[in-house]
Ligand binder design. Sequence first.
Ligand code: X6L
Ligand code: MG
Ligand code: MG
Length: 156
Amino acid sequence: MRAHLALGSNLGDRLANLQSALDGLASTDGVEVVAVSGVYETDPVGGPVQDDYLNAVVEVTTALTPHELLAVCGRLEQAAHRVRIERWGPRTLDVDVLLVGDLQVATDDLEVPHPRMWERAFVLAPLHDVAPDLVARPDGGWTGVRRAPVALRLPG
Ligand code: X6L
Ligand code: MG
Ligand code: MG
């Protein structure tokens, strides 16, 4: 199954935190990292006044279920010593499950596709790096688009 995870950090050594998350993912049984986006420096959205984030998206292939992936995300956040003080507050590491193939999950602790991902530039810009073929559908799922191997010629 092709899956996409979002990484974010705005506390401590932000790049080192993202790198540790990527390293941890790559060494997780049942998870293979196949692509990594660029690193984006982004204005904080929501929550208190806080420092800018570094955000990235990772594409993996995995045999894990969405809930097993969620548990991996939690383990990576704990390894980065994430402390939850206030909702939407600064964090050393946030790892969110965005998409798991075309599975749809809606439980108390997990929604896939991530219900707000399509509204967030700090997710969509890096997602486009690794998955330019994915675009949102109004029902919260996604649909595929392909770049055709042709081009229009600039007139004149
Ligand atoms: C009104 C109310 C409008 C709430 C927006 C948006 C809340 C996003 C939370 C919102 C609202 C979030 C990151 C971030 C957060 C991140 C950047 C969240 C959770 N995480 N900003 N803010 N990157 N740039 O990873 O996404 S808090
Ligand atoms: Mg998040
Ligand atoms: Mg999260």
